[in-house]
Design a protein around this ligand. Structure first.
Ligand code: GLU
Length: 418
């Protein structure tokens, strides 16, 4: 069963966080309006031939929130609850994420309202090609560059590349998160999890929360959660006590055998069927005492109603986008639980997307070590800027991060004459 999600829409969550930070930097009212309104929205109907011969019609969205600092950038998700509000909220976060990382992009997001588990691989390919055809007019290496997000991956990006290039000529820089054999970057697939680890490491160093030997609980075992668990176990020496997926979770107070669990999941089996720990429900996961709690699945899972008062950790690390509602945010703050916000903690993915795009434009290839080194430098610099402003203004990390990002985008808008 999926965890209950917040009644508040993604767009409303982002608006509330935005207002707090806009007050912090005394942003003028016209600029608030400019920075909240999306630049361009495209909604498309997607007729797709199913394997049994029927045609099913899906709805897809591509929303470009802001392009003042560079081409719009952001993933595409396939999910039954992906709608206009969710995609707009996520597109907005991408603008703040690229600004905070100080990479030359704006923000966008795409989504198709579909349960991809119900589609065959061929149906998924036809859906992706149809979606690409319909939004191609607003894409381009200097216009808008998609990437993977929930339930999309390197294969889906390869179909987008192929469909786009079949009309425009070979254009690898139109999409990132591609397979390495098609111009993808080494280190891109693990980049979001790796970035989360680097941010945790910096915080551990500054605030004395243990990472080596530290107790970590991870909700979600998709691209972000699984790579994060692997890296925390192998490189940071942390103890991953519990992880979950939609089927439920698994818990071992001595720390899970992560390589064993990865082999199990790699065979297409659910986390909860693994024998190396005690089976727990998705609700139990939130009650486990730990140092670090990492929501790494969908948005709206830490709420006042469900768990904000009972979570028992020192730091919440937002591996997912928008996992915490604004009310839950305030409750965590009152309870003295620190929070590393999504557009700082999970920015490793888009940061390595930037390196992939740059490599494609230059027709040049970086080593995996170089990618990791640059990622660490970029995300750590962003972390330090946030930490220093949070201290100076005595505000939460999220408000400080928003303040920095908003300021950068507002400056770019003003320089362009707006
Ligand atoms: N979907 C990822 C995110 O939310 C990556 C976006 C990208 O690489 O463009 O940050």
């Amino acid at each position: 069963m999926s965890p209950p999600r917040a009644p508040m829409s993604g767009k409303a969550i982002v608006q509330t966080h935005f207002d707090r930070a806009a007050n912090l930097i005394s942003l003028e009212s016209y600029m608030r309006r400019l920075l909240l309104c999306p630049f361009r929205e495209v909604t498309v109907e997607l007729p797709v031939r199913m394997d049994d011969g029927r045609i099913e019609v899906f709805t897809g969205y591509r929303i470009q929130h802001n392009g003042a600092r560079g081409p719009c950038k952001g993933g595409i998700r396939y999910h039954p609850e992906a709608d206009r509000d969710e995609v707009l909220g996520l597109a907005t976060i991408m603008t703040w994420k690229t600004a905070l990382m100080d990479i030359p992009f704006g923000g966008a997001k795409g989504g198709v309202t579909v349960d991809p588990k119900k589609l065959s691989k061929l149906e998924l390919e036809r859906l992706t090609r149809r979606f690409t055809q319909r939004i191609a007019i607003v894409l381009g290496p200097y216009r808008d560059i998609p990437a993977p997000d929930v339930a999309t991956n390197a294969q889906v990006m390869a179909w987008i590349l192929d469909e786009y290039s079949s009309r425009q000529g070979y254009t690898p820089a139109v999409v990132t998160g591609k397979p390495v054999a098609l111009g993808g970057s080494l280190g891109r697939e693990e980049a979001t999890g790796r970035g989360v680890m680097y941010v945790m490491d910096s915080y551990a160093h500054d605030f004395g929360v243990p990472l080596k030997g530290g107790r970590v609980v991870i909700q979600g075992f998709g691209n972000v959660g699984s790579h994060l668990a692997r890296l925390l176990d192998a490189e940071a020496g942390a103890k991953v006590l519990a992880v979950s997926d939609v089927s439920g979770g698994i818990y071992n107070d001595k720390g899970l055998d992560i390589p064993g669990l990865l082999t199990h999941v790699g065979q297409g089996r659910p986390v909860s069927e693994w024998a190396g720990g005690k089976r727990i429900t998705n609700e139990d996961l939130w009650t486990i005492p730990c140092d670090w709690l990492v929501p790494a699945a969908l948005g709206g899972v830490i709420t006042k109603e469900a768990n904000a008062r009972t979570i028992d950790c020192k730091v919440v690390v937002e591996g997912a986008n928008e996992p915490t509602t604004p009310t839950a945010d305030l409750i965590l703050e009152e309870r003295g639980i620190a929070l590393l916000p999504d557009f700082l903690a999970n920015a490793g993915g888009v940061t390595v997307s930037y390196y992939e795009w740059a490599q494609n434009l230059q027709q040049y290839r970086w080593t995996h070590e170089q990618v990791n080194r640059e990622l660490k430098a970029t995300i750590t610099k962003a972390y330090l800027t946030v930490r220093d402003l949070a201290k100076e203004k005595a505000v939460a990390f999220r408000t400080a991060a928003y303040g920095i990002a908003l300021q950068r985008v507002a400056d770019a808008e003003r320089l362009r004459g707006n």
